[in-house]
Design a protein around this ligand. Structure first.
Ligand SMILES: Cc1ncc(COP(=O)(O)O)c(C=O)c1O
Length: 479
């Protein structure tokens, strides 16, 4: 152990690790402690690849479960990240002496301006019920290849259009008219690289340093990060089971970010009366509403509510994305706004040399024109509905916000969710809590369960683990 405090980095394979078999501390915990110490001292620097679980187990003369358990714990704490198909690496952690990685400060307030570590990938064999990722393993390969072949027929362009490829803008306008009841002509659509890009473009276009920007509390932390990076002062605005609480909004906000279709992370759907009051507030105060429509295509009880943007296209900017409906890797989204704001955003793009890849837009246009995206959405809606039903069946009375999207919230007494998340890791289940979604003190307590990237059978197994841990705590799940 003492050798681990040296400061020069060395390959992970050479690390001096020693486990005591008859210690009161489990071997997995000992291994976790030693690796954590090595990462903290940068002996194991960010980006370093760790040995495979099989290789390290053989070297230490222990079972592979010991190593897997230690890795899983470190993943859950944010020390490690997985790069798909290529192993386990030390995560790029913010430089600070000895603390926990950001994003894992269970039971502490969200902490606002602190940088947040990227969510770690799941270790092999773990059941990952954290929100954020859609199911990407089941898509129509033939349609995907056809779209790329057709996109490859088009020559690359010297002067990309800041509004996007006309053909894709047409396809998006049709799609949004049908799915989101938004009556935009293609001229009102600008193609982005996704919601994050859209948020940044809006912020760069309308915000001045020091402007006050409202964000839902709890809410989407990446939106907070983007606004902060553009010089805004964040004003957390509480939500309840119907989403953003509109009547308490201050009058001096320049902009407010909201997720009315399926509040992130609590899952509330904003009713029409509240939508109308929100738009009236924006008209009165001159604030801009940014409607983040990230998972609205997936609804399980009724047809999706029309987008807020339809109520007042001048006060509401709509941001959509393919990140949930197809995959974040594609990097295509859309921004709908009143004409003068849309033109201003296009000028911002030119100023910042910001663009969406033309060949990617062409491939997405083909997928949409041929109905491949619609077919994919229909298939995934059925699959997600089954996973969501499995969660409700297992944890029913505690489940909130299950009518839409790819995640639900499981409401728990204060302090219990971080404990359940920690104990679940030991059983191979990775969970998220509401803690990191807060900017200030934690006011909504529970788990945020994502079912986008786990199979139906894993969702069932994961829920059984959660139900068991909740039961052990004395909290009753009564149907
Ligand atoms: C609230 C919210 N908005 C947007 C996104 C997607 O953002 P992007 O399109 O930048 O991938 C997510 C993804 O998890 C989200 O949770």
């Amino acid at each position: 152990m003492r050798e681990l405090v040296e400061t020069t980095s060395r390959p992970a394979a050479d690390l001096p690790l020693a486990l005591e078999r008859d210690s009161a501390v489990s071997m997995a915990a000992q291994l976790g402690d030693q690796l954590r110490a090595a990462m903290r001292s940068r002996t194991l620097p960010a980006g370093e690849r760790l040995p495979s679980t099989r290789g390290l187990a053989a070297r230490l003369g222990v079972s592979r479960t010991v190593v897997t358990e230690a890795y899983q714990q470190l993943y859950a704490e944010g020390w490690l990240e997985g790069r798909h198909g290529s192993g386990t690496y030390v995560a790029d952690l913010p430089a600070r002496a000895g603390g926990h990685p950001a994003g894992l400060r269970h039971d502490e307030p969200g902490g606002g301006a602190e940088p947040e570590a990227e969510e770690p990938g799941a270790p092999e064999g773990a059941i990952d019920l954290r929100p954020g990722s859609p199911w990407v393993r089941d898509y129509d390969h033939a349609a995907w290849r056809r779209a790329w072949r057709k996109a490859a027929d088009l020559p690359p362009r010297a002067n990309p259009d800041p509004y996007g490829l006309p053909r894709l803008r047409d396809a998006l306008a049709t799609h949004l008219r049908r799915t989101r009841a938004v009556l935009s002509d293609p001229g009102g659509v600008l193609v982005t690289r996704g919601t994050g890009n859209g948020l940044d473009l809006v912020a760069a276009t309308v915000l001045r340093p020091g402007d006050r920007v409202g964000v839902e509390e709890p809410g989407y932390s990446k939106a907070r990060n983007i606004f902060t990076a553009r010089g805004a002062r964040i004003v957390p605005c509480p939500v309840d089971e119907d989403g953003l609480i509109v009547d308490d909004l201050p009058d001096d906000l320049r902009l407010i970010h909201t997720t009315p279709a399926h509040q992130f992370p609590t899952g509330g759907r904003m009713p029409i009366s509240r939508r109308e009051r929100l738009v009236a507030w924006a008209r009165r105060t001159g604030a801009l509403i940014v409607e983040d429509d990230y998972d609205a295509e997936f609804r399980y009880d009724v047809a999706p509510l029309p987008a807020l943007h339809g109520l007042d296209p001048e006060s509401v900017v709509l941001l959509g994305t393919l990140s949930k409906s197809l995959a974040p890797d594609i990097g295509v989204g859309w921004l709908l706004a009143g004409r003068s704001l849309l033109d201003a955003v296009a000028r911002t793009r030119i100023r910042l040399v910001d663009r969406t890849s033309g060949p990617v837009q062409a491939a997405v246009a083909v997928l949409m024109e041929r109905g491949d995206l619609d077919r994919h959405l229909r298939r995934m809606r059925l699959e997600y509905a089954r996973r969501r039903a499995a969660i409700v069946e297992s944890l029913g009375p505690l489940v909130r916000g299950d009518t839409a999207g790819l995640h639900v919230m499981v409401e728990l007494p204060e302090g219990l969710a971080p404990r359940v998340a920690r104990d679940a890791v030991e059983r191979g289940v990775l969970l998220d809590t509401t803690v990191r979604h807060h900017h200030g003190p934690v006011r909504v307590h529970g788990l945020v369960l994502g079912y986008g990237s786990a199979t139906l059978s894993d969702v069932r197994k994961g829920c059984a683990v959660i139900a068991g841990l909740i039961g052990d705590s004395g909290t009753r799940i009564t149907f």
